[in-house]
Design a protein around this ligand. Sequence first.
Ligand code: 5GP
Length: 190
Amino acid sequence: KLHGGRKGLCLVLSAPSGAGKSTLVARLRAEFPVFAYSISCTTRAPRPGEEDGVHYHFVSRETFLSRREAGFFAEWAEVPGNFYGTPREPVEQLIARGQDLLFDIDVQGALQLKQVFPQALYVFILPPSREVLEKRLRGRGTDAEDVIARRMQNALCELKQAGHFDYHIVNDDLEEAADEFMSLIAKNPA
Ligand code: 5GP
């Protein structure tokens, strides 16, 4: 279990891929700077504009696996070929200080975290419709049909986990989604 009762507000944001979570999370981080952000470790390469220690701690596979062995992570997951994990210690320190905290992790990771950290609020971001989801998963339209079908299958599988989450936000309009997030914070004083 993660130590320390909840003193701040801890929000865990998860979504099936294609729900448009990254745009929403970027927006929330900008709009609610009082929330500290749980910086995950990942083995994937940084994308343009991503900074080590800000968006992620970018680590090698060897480093990740030895940290995982050592119990460094509160939860971890393998998302197509890459590892992602939430470092336990910084989160515990921030919680102990009563800091509000935001997590952006995948659905399987959120369900794992809930086992050791039930005090957090688990928020599930939903795509507005199946059509939009499929359109987003098709991306630039350059991927093979079987790849798209697999992504869709995955997303539908993740959607089935929605019932395990405390709140659901439909990510249709970015402004509205941010407003919903705001009212969720208002309803849950730390
Ligand atoms: P991306 O590579 O696009 O930044 O992230 C891919 C997926 O990994 C997203 O769904 C993101 O929320 C998830 N993710 C990022 N960090 C973590 C983590 O520490 N643990 C888990 N389980 N998933 C993570």
